[in-house]
Design a protein around this ligand. Structure first.
Ligand code: NAP
Length: 268
């Protein structure tokens, strides 16, 4: 096991860690010996997970209950991240999506989506980097989405937030070249978590082949992060789809995405 994998007093901060992809990161990183700081709004699920992982892996895990769309709460988490001398990995994972014709959506919820998926991710990255750079090790995984690769009609704000994450991460990756610090965007496709239900998406028509488990997504992500990759699209199916979308004319991809999302919405 490489030193990148072993905790030895190294801590990973994981946002959105109570369920889904964030919880899968927490479990995998605990197994690798990382101490953990687990962030989400609801304290109880975080406390249960922290206690379970401490007992199973002999690591130290703490629950940090915070709504990252709240400016004051976000500042507190930023402060804690910036002053953590053991910070080795920040997993900027908390995020949510909204679906529907943009002109009909609740604009406050759209704004909160930008606050969580973009503003919190950016501010936490800014808080983490000076310490990582001083120590010349560790890094950041920004959880993005395949939705960030092309237009996402009827999912417009979500797609735009993830396009931001992809561009931001690629730029940082280049800025950090030679610094010893890594940054990678993780771009999953359909992953079995609470995400679709929270977004109000009826996922029943999506073929089972299109789905990945959160555990498989995290396994691929950590492998690619350790390799020093800039973008990870987990799973062969997702990788093929993203290659196809990149090869086809952008206008055609936009039309296909719009037609597919429109059909899903009609059946709601
Ligand atoms: P999930 O199962 O809905 O989990 C979301 C997590 O974020 C929960 O722990 C939730 O806990 C936390 N969270 C939500 N709002 C928050 C807030 N305001 N402040 C702090 N924490 C908050 O979703 P997931 O699928 O694991 O999603 C994780 C990431 O993967 C997201 O960035 C998502 O965009 C991305 N992704 C998911 C899929 C997919 O199909 N699942 C595909 C592509 C990308 P609380 O409710 O307690 O706060």
């Amino acid at each position: 096991m490489s030193s990148e994998q072993r905790g030895n007093g190294r801590r990973a901060w994981v946002t959105g860690a109570s369920v889904g992809i964030g919880a899968a990161f927490a479990r995998r990183l605990a197994r690798d010996g990382y101490d953990l700081a687990l962030v989400a709004r609801q304290a109880r699920p975080l406390e249960r997970l922290a206690a379970e992982l401490e007992a199973a892996h002999g690591i130290h895990a703490r629950a940090v209950a915070a709504d990252l769309t709240d400016a004051a709460a976000l500042r507190e988490v930023e402060h804690a991240v910036a002053h953590d001398p053991h910070l080795a990995l920040l997993v900027n994972n908390a995020g949510f999506g909204t679906i529907g014709a943009f002109a009909t959506l609740d604009v406050d919820r759209e704004e909160n989506e930008i606050r969580l998926n973009v503003v919190a991710l950016t501010r936490l990255a800014r808080a983490a980097l000076p310490g990582l750079l001083r120590r010349r090790q560790g890094g950041i995984i920004n959880v993005s989405s395949m939705a960030g690769f092309q237009a996402a009609p009827f999912n417009a704000t979500y797609g735009a937030t993830k396009a931001f994450v992809n561009s931001f991460t690629e730029s940082l990756h280049e800025e950090l070249r030679g610094s010893g610090v890594r940054v990678m965007a993780l771009c999953p496709g359909f992953t079995r978590t609470e995400f679709q239900e929270r977004a109000g998406i009826d996922a029943s028509g999506i073929p089972s082949l299109a789905w990945m488990s959160a555990e498989a997504v995290v396994e691929a992500a950590l492998q690619r992060y350790r390799r020093g990759d800039v973008v990870c699209v987990p799973g062969f199916g997702n990788w093929t789809m993203s290659g196809l979308a990149a090869a086809l004319p952008r206008a055609l991809v936009r039309r296909i995405m719009g037609a597919a999302a429109g059909r899903v919405l009609q059946h709601r």
